[in-house]
Design a protein around this ligand. Structure first.
Ligand code: IMP
Ligand code: MG
Length: 174
């Protein structure tokens, strides 16, 4: 497997930013015992690093979403293939997502989880990619803003490839 050549975020930059986000979350959520909901599969590495940067206990759960359509653009129709198992009513919920592109996936998930009537519902995403945004989803915590391109690594994949790379790269075909 040949590694893509255009490096966007190196390990040092990622680690520093995750520590900063962890510090902010520690200020905002201390004592609230939040549930962090990771969006599979892409967010698993970001979530794993993020929870270890927190100075207070949290619960972790996962959802898995399938967006209809293949390739590098999501179709907008979203199906939940694995739901959260933790009761969320009255809990402080933080969605942890890898990347927001059109915003359709996250908006569908936000509505789905809001229906459980959590005490609060916020979003933390690793990368905010604004160029193709179609829905203005409120992003409360953002790791990096990257204007465009198709990104891989640190959980992000292209057809299941490159997910395990410790840095983030852009694919030139993106
Ligand atoms: P959207 O915001 O509805 O367009 O979909 C976002 C989802 O598409 C993310 O959760 C990713 O799974 C995937 N995605 C969007 N952009 C990229 C990218 O640059 N690299 C890898 N996956 C991406
Ligand atoms: Mg995703």
């Amino acid at each position: 497997m040949e590694i893509p050549k255009r490096l966007i975020l190196d390990q040092t930059a990622i680690a520093r930013r995750v520590r900063e986000l962890g510090a902010r979350l520690s200020q905002d959520y201390r004592g609230l015992e939040p549930v962090l909901v990771g969006v599979l599969k892409g967010a698993f590495i970001f979530l794993a690093d993020l929870v270890r940067a927190l100075e207070f206990p949290v619960e972790v759960d996962f959802v898995r979403l399938a967006s209809y359509g293949a390739g590098t653009q999501s179709s907008g129709e979203v199906r939940i293939t694995k739901d959260v198992e933790t009761p969320l009513t009255g809990r402080h919920v933080l969605i942890v997502e890898d990347i927001v592109d059109a915003g359709l996936t996250l908006e569908a998930l936000r509505r789905h989880l809001a229906a459980r009537q959590p005490a609060s519902l916020k979003i933390c995403c690793f990368i905010d990619k604004r160029e193709r945004r179609q829905v203005e989803v409120p992003l409360d915590y953002v790791g990096f803003i990257v204007p465009k391109g198709f990104l891989v690594g640190y959980g992000l994949d292209c057809g299941e490839k490159f997910r395990t790379l410790p840095e983030v790269y852009a694919l030139d075909s993106g």
